[in-house]
Design a protein around this ligand. Structure first.
Ligand SMILES: [Zn+2]
Length: 670
């Protein structure tokens, strides 16, 4: 690997860093904490690069061992690593896992109480924490930025880095705040990671995350050149054990059942709508299959329960919207079926890729028919409604909250989309899209799934609590925990962390939830379960609708990008002559791809190739026909009840071997 040194970094400095964190150290850490002997794939390249202080971008497919690439150097280097990720569930999961390994890790995300955030940040300043996970929208808070100045940071990890690109399929405006953090910490290197990025998005990530100091280009071992000072490492996205299939289906219900009956083992069925998820799950259950469903509209406890039942094979098939799957790592999923077409190859590849993580054969099937074509085209206008319609939604929003022109700045409101649509006669899909566009344009902040922790308040006095009868020992423990951990619950609602209460009471979280519910039904407490509430916050004072500006980079350009993604998805579904795996890999910029030999296109081509046996049969039939020694016209031969390919092969062979003669379209035995 060629290493060139950034202009503002001296050779001595670089060598010193390499000395402190030598390769052996990384391997020792890997062995000590994770028990693996050596790194896989490009893990080592990424670790050495970030360890030497270079801005680094790693492209690894999900399941490629991404987390090791920042967790190992975080332990090897002095100071603390900040990990930015939008996936709260994944964040909690990783923190839990790291703590089990004896590594000090913390997480800050929206919905966490102020006291908790303060305590975590103080601990980070004291220097005992090695990894701090932060959701991107927290980066902008002044509390975070103030405390950050006093911390010693080793490097910043940006997970799901494609979210920073406006050209990506999953752009999140909050990711742009990462650039501010870079300004606050100009000497701290960045490690960007993603499992999905087209070449254009790769360039955009490097560009958005690059330091303002002069660019330096470094060629990595994989031959990629970063033009913005980033070392770019890429692992092939090829999945050798996964067969990609597109099934033309005019009766999707019927085909779905048949496909699921043919394959053993765990399955995911992806659908577009919440209603569809429930209905299809019911439909499968009626057909005698074991199925459940999942979407973002279910409450936390319900989602947890469904996910766990599927994870532990108590239910075989999960019918879900795209809300399902982020951070879920079930290795033995045998089949992923898309009942509806996703709106990008990126989304399809991510979702399909959840099959066969264990390396055993698995299938990714897309059910497709001509009406999908129309539906996908329609999504373009649903996702980018006319500008006037967007302005109208903005105006109705002001009526809805009764905000006068010039008012409303900074105030957050809960948002009930169904109620809004009924009152102002809108369609939810278009309102949703309009709000997202208004958010990108900087007028509002729209968070569909703001996480609110559970809240409780005691409805009886402290003395009454001690005199309670008919309280089970578990209930008693929960009450004691609440009293011990949270003050002021007799006077007002307070946020509680169910996982903490459950842990201290020695029960599971679902048990804790049930107990709180039961106490609430008996009017001992008032309990507001943890839930996700959509909310809207005005980021500017209310404008008159006609003054709302939607520039090209927010509207026209993005609409064009979206259209291109839809067209790419349609091309994938409709193609009849290109290997599916190859199409997917080429979409992500991989050049030296081969036919996979197992997708429907490859299999069709193989079936068309002639077997020796087939050719021999055809030769015998031909000889029999020509045994009268008369000339026969070629059209007569082609009418033989045999596959054309076999007749062709037989003819070719017999002519080459000079057993028969071909003259002016007539055949005759030689
Ligand atoms: Zn193929």
């Amino acid at each position: 690997m060629r290493i060139s040194v950034r202009q503002n970094q001296t050779i001595e400095n670089l060598e010193l860093r390499i000395m402190i964190t030598s390769v052996t150290d990384y391997q020792l850490i890997l062995r000590q904490y994770w028990g693996y002997d050596d790194f896989r794939g490009i893990q080592r390249d990424i670790i050495e690069s970030i360890g030497a202080g270079h801005d680094t971008l790693g492209l690894m497919p999900t399941g490629g061992g991404k987390s090791i690439t920042f967790q190992v150097p975080a332990l090897a280097m002095e100071g603390m690593c900040i990990v930015i990720t939008p996936l709260i569930a994944l964040m909690k999961d990783q923190v839990h896992h790291l703590r089990q390994l004896g590594i000090r890790a913390e997480a800050i995300y929206s919905g966490l109480q102020h006291d908790n955030i303060l305590r975590i940040l103080e601990n980070c300043i004291l220097g005992s924490t090695k990894l701090l996970y932060v959701s991107p929208e927290r980066l902008g808070s002044s509390l975070f930025q103030t405390k950050l100045r006093h911390m010693r940071i080793s490097f910043i990890t940006v997970d799901e880095a494609h979210c920073i690109s406006q050209w990506g399929y999953d752009f999140r405006p909050s990711y742009l705040k990462i650039a501010n953090i870079r300004e606050l910490l100009p000497d701290v290197p960045v490690l960007a990671l993603t499992a999905t990025a087209t070449p254009q998005v790769v360039d955009d990530i490097c560009d958005k995350l690059s330091r303002s100091s002069g660019p330096t280009s470094i060629t990595s071992t994989t031959g990629f050149t970063g033009s913005t000072g980033f070392n770019v490492f890429r692992m092939s996205f090829e999945r050798k054990n996964l067969s990609y299939l597109v099934k033309h289906s005019d009766d999707k219900h019927y085909d779905l059942i048949r496909l699921l009956e043919q394959v053993q083992g765990s399955a995911i069925v992806y659908v577009r709508s919440r209603r569809h998820a429930r209905e299809i799950s019911e439909h499968l259950t009626e057909a005698g299959l074991s199925a459940t469903f999942y979407h973002a509209g279910l409450d936390h406890a319900d989602k947890d329960q469904r996910q766990r039942n599927w994870q532990h094979d108590r239910v075989r098939i999960m019918v879900a919207t795209n809300a399902f799957g982020m951070g879920i790592d079930k290795p033995d999923v045998r089949i992923v079926i898309h009942y509806d077409c996703p709106d990008s190859i990126e989304a399809y590849f991510q979702e399909a890729g959840r099959a066969g993580r264990d390396g055993q054969p698995a299938q990714a099937i897309l059910l497709y028919n001509s009406s999908d074509n129309t539906k996908l085209q329609k999504r373009i206008n649903d996702t980018y409604p006319p500008k006037d319609a967007i302005r109208q939604v903005y105006e109705h929003l002001a009526y809805y909250y009764q905000i006068a022109t010039g008012d409303g700045y900074g105030v957050a409101h809960e948002f009930n989309i169904d109620e809004f649509c009924i009152r102002f006669r809108h369609f939810p899909i278009q309102v949703h899209s309009a709000l997202q566009i208004l958010e990108r344009a900087g007028y509002i902040e729209y968070d569909e799934e703001a996480d609110n922790e559970a809240r409780i308040k005691f409805l009886v006095g402290r003395d009454d609590l001690y005199r309670l009868e008919q309280v089970t020992p578990e209930e008693d423990k929960v009450i004691v925990c609440l009293l011990r951990n949270y003050g002021g619950l007799f006077a007002d609602y307070g946020y509680i962390d169910e996982s903490v209460v459950a842990q201290q009471a020695g029960i599971t979280q679902p048990q804790c939830y049930d107990i709180l519910k039961s106490l609430s039904q008996r009017h001992l407490i008032s309990f507001i379960p943890r839930k996700q509430v959509p909310y809207i916050r005005y980021r500017q004072r209310r404008e008159d609708a006609e003054h709302i500006v939607l520039p090209a980079n927010i509207y026209e350009d993005r609409k064009e990008q979206y259209t291109q993604r839809i067209l790419a998805m349609l091309k994938y579904a409709k193609t009849t002559d290109c290997c599916r795996s190859r199409m997917l890999l080429e979409y992500f910029g991989e050049k030296s791809t081969k036919d996979c030999g197992q997708c429907d296109i490859c299999l069709d081509a193989q079936n068309k190739t002639v077997t020796k046996e087939g050719q021999r049969t055809a030769e015998e039939k031909l000889r029999a026909l020509l045994s009268d020694k008369q000339p026969h016209h070629i059209t007569e031969i082609l009418r033989l009840p045999l596959p054309t390919e076999e007749i062709d092969a037989a003819l070719k062979n017999l002519v080459t071997e000079e057993h028969i003669k071909l003259n002016d379209g007539f055949l005759q035995l030689a």
